[in-house]
Design a protein around this ligand. Structure first.
Ligand code: KIV
Ligand code: ZN
Length: 504
């Protein structure tokens, strides 16, 4: 089929989506979501299943009162109580459903084919007589005998249904099967055909696309793919695929997709998996050096969807797969421009942390870069750390042994302290004091992230005998090494100053 008309979006986040295990929304929350869905541009909002509870009726009434552009629809089985409950809400649109597969008719409904046909026709007519739009769903359509399905479709069309929805209730269809069923449905009735796909095999979006390609003009979807069991076709994946891969249109304002997804996640309490397409945290993140390098040359290399199109931004993650280009671009955003040599050292340290199984946060990358940029260059170092060991514990006096290279000569000593950091700094001081009169004036330790494996950033101030003060910093994932590096950095700066040399 080459029907290039807009595909209608029937959003069932507030009905099938609310059937996600553990999700229950109060009327005010449903209203908040409905307002966002309306701004997003969905054509129809299935606000609930009114017969289920007083809260469902209240929610539907509340949403109707808001006077949204989207049509508001209520779900009902083909019986008086269900349809009257929907009518009591004054919805202009009722979605009537009854199962048509042998499995459901036999085990769940305990009804014959004739009884199902009769109920479908009778209550479709009843709803139509009350002046509402009627959408009819033969539940479990994709497992229904095709000949009987044809009979059902013709019957409800004759009874006045405005649109027929084909549910793949347990998600067992494949794209080719969906295509076949929809082609058949389109050929037997004149009214529009809709699709409703569940994601039990991860095929909900693929099946929905196949259904539309075969002639369905409407799709049932949910934000974040919420819904019974593995959920329904997700609005964001379906709409973006339709727009960008199938060159079809909807009324969705795609820039509002991310905000809507966040709101639904917050109100339903269902987190979004990080690698979820379009709305997952990682959907527009790049870590690998090769990818980042390509992205910096042209986003076309590794970005099939522009993040702005769905209200998002791309980001680069520092980690063991990072390359210098990506890290340099990230630092440049924060106004840091390391030299090539410094960039090599920063990249080396980031990969080192990555190899220990950790990711490097933006704050950590910034701390590493600041420490590397501000440090004395290798060839100018007067004092260099060759070796450091610490012993600490509940039954031992914290002790540290330090080996330093000063002006090319090796010095070794050990000291005790109140803790390993204190012992190490005292050992350094013991070696350095005959050569330079420096003392530690200030010591500050900061953890850049909250975890026990956080990068330790040490900021110190060292004072010489003339009262000159220099500051230095170091950032490492080991607090003792960070402290020692910062102190040695401070001593180097002081000595270089007293010898009248610059630090870089
Ligand atoms: O999945 C399904 O069959 C349904 C019906 C109510 C249409 O959600
Ligand atoms: Zn469903």
């Amino acid at each position: 089929m080459t029907d290039q008309k807009n595909v209608t979006i029937f959003d069932t986040t507030l009905r099938d989506g609310e059937q996600t295990p553990g999700v229950s929304l109060i009327p005010e929350e449903k209203l908040e979501i409905a307002i966002k869905l309306d701004e997003l541009g969905v054509d129809t909002i299935e606000s609930g299943f009114p017969i289920v509870s007083q809260g469902e009726i209240e929610a539907t009434k509340l949403i109707l009162k808001q006077g949204l552009k989207a049509k508001i629809c209520g779900l009902a089985r083909p019986n008086q109580k269900d349809i009257d409950a929907a009518l009591e809400c004054e919805v202009p649109y009722i979605h009537v459903f009854i199962a048509t597969s042998e499995i459901h008719m036999k085990h769940k409904l305990q009804m014959s084919r004739e009884q199902v046909l009769e109920a479908a026709a009778k209550w479709t007519r009843y709803a139509k007589d009350h002046g509402v739009i009627v959408e009819f769903s033969p539940e479990d359509a994709t497992r229904t005998d095709p000949a009987f399905l044809e009979q059902v479709l013709k019957t409800v069309e004759d009874a006045g249904a405005d649109i027929i929805n084909i549910p793949d209730t347990v998600g067992t269809a494949t794209p080719s099967k969906m295509s076949q069923i929809i082609s058949q449905a389109v050929s037997v009735v004149k009214i529009p055909i809709s699709i409703h796909c569940h994601n039990d095999f991860g095929l909900a979006v693929a099946n929905s696309l196949a259904g539309v390609r075969a002639g369905a003009s409407q799709a049932h979807v949910t934000i974040n793919g919420l819904g019974e069991r593995a959920g329904n076709a997700s609005l964001e994946e379906f709409v973006m695929s339709l727009h960008l891969l199938e060159n079809r249109k909807t009324n969705i304002d795609t820039k509002l997709i991310y905000k809507t997804s966040r709101l639904v996640s917050r109100l339903t309490g269902v987190p979004i998996q990080p690698n979820k397409a379009i709305v997952g945290e990682n959907a527009f993140g790049h870590e690998s050096g090769i990818h980042t390098h390509g992205m910096l040359k042209s986003p076309l290399t590794y970005e099939p969807i522009s993040p702005e199109l769905v209200g998002r931004k791309r980001w680069f993650q520092a980690g063991k797969h990072s390359g210098g280009h990506g890290l340099a671009a990230k630092l440049a955003e924060d106004g840091l421009h390391p030299s090539e040599e410094q960039m090599k050292e920063i990249t080396h340290r980031v990969k080192d942390i990555g190899d220990k199984g950790k990711m490097v946060t933006d704050a950590e990358l910034f701390a590493i870069a600041k420490a590397v940029i501000g440090s004395v260059s290798e060839e100018k170092k007067i004092v260099d750390l060759k070796n450091l060991t610490v012993v600490t514990g509940t039954d031992v006096v914290p002790t540290s042994s330090v080996k330093l290279l000063i002006d090319g000569k090796e010095y070794i000593t050990s000291e005790v302290g109140v803790g390993p950091v204190d012992a190490a700094i005292k050992a350094i001081h013991k070696i350095v004091s005959p050569l330079a009169d420096v003392r530690l004036k200030e010591y500050r330790l900061e953890a850049t992230t909250g975890g026990s494996d956080a990068l330790a950033e040490v900021l110190i101030k060292v004072e010489d005998s003339q009262g000159n003060i220099v500051s230095a910093r170091a950032a490492r994932d080991d607090v003792v090494i960070a402290s020692v590096e910062a102190v040695i950095e401070g001593i180097n700066k002081t000595l270089l100053k007293s010898r009248g040399k610059g630090t870089d």
